[in-house]
Write a protein of this length. Structure first.
Length: 234
């Protein structure tokens, strides 16, 4: 065999080796893909397990959140929020002067309700002081009043009709329950035949009276409300 024949033989041999190596690589790729395909059912099962665990965890967290909210509301059981009590926002008033004025106002209001100021454990304004303003219709910060016992709170609510004009009382709700009441007040379905028409709270429970369907809904969390427009409200 001449030089040209030897070159052809060498070239063919190298081509054969290259093709065999490609087949080996392709075989490895096929095995890898098959292995990955075989693992898909197991991955799907693991994913479903994780989903179930996640659902269970969310339920547990929600239950714990309600328990914590119950404890928080229990701590507020002797408290009332008084709204509409005049607040002097003048820059020349010291903290002590402002507190003395608030005490005098609270003393007078409680007296009108048949309660002595000595029944009060502590009282204070809620939120940061507002800067001095010349606006006439300024919204005064509410005053939280915490009594030593539940009986004084009950007397206050029983005699609330004796409150001065412009002053009203509400439960001292947790942020969670305040959001529930806000939801009931503001997220009504305007297209519903008859929506919720009365909302209030009692001892930390948000109560919503339905329309022509007698009875009330008592809720501690927003998720407890049926969708607005539901037949429960009619």
């Amino acid at each position: 065999m001449g030089p040209k024949g030897d070159n052809w033989a060498t070239a063919i041999e190298k081509l054969k080796e290259l093709i065999e190596s490609k087949f080996d690589t392709l075989d490895d790729d096929v095995k890898l893909i098959k292995s990955q395909l075989d693992s898909i059912p197991m991955l799907i099962k693991e994913n479903e397990t994780l989903k179930m665990d996640n659902i269970s965890l969310k339920k547990e967290i929600a239950a714990q959140a309600i328990t914590i909210d119950d404890l928080d509301q229990y701590e507020r059981r002797h408290s009332i929020l008084f709204h509409g009590i005049h607040e002097d926002t003048g820059t020349g008033n010291s903290t002590g002067t402002t507190r003395t004025k608030d005490r005098d106002q609270i003393t007078g209001i409680l007296s009108s309700l048949g309660i002595h100021i000595n029944s009060v454990d502590v009282f204070h304004r809620l939120g940061k002081p507002k800067p001095h303003t010349s606006v006439v219709n300024i919204k005064f910060r509410p005053i939280i009043v915490r009594f030593y016992g539940h009986s004084s709170r009950w007397v206050a609510f029983s005699n609330r009709k004796a409150l001065p004009e412009g002053v009203y009382m509400t439960d001292h709700l947790t942020p969670r329950r305040s959001a529930v009441l806000h939801y009931a007040l503001n997220e009504k379905n305007p297209t519903a035949t008859l929506c919720l028409h009365v909302q209030w709270s009692s001892h930390g429970t948000c109560i919503t009276e339905r329309g022509s369907n007698p009875g009330v809904l008592k809720q501690r969390c927003r998720q407890g409300f049926p969708p607005f427009g539901d037949s429960s409200y009619r």
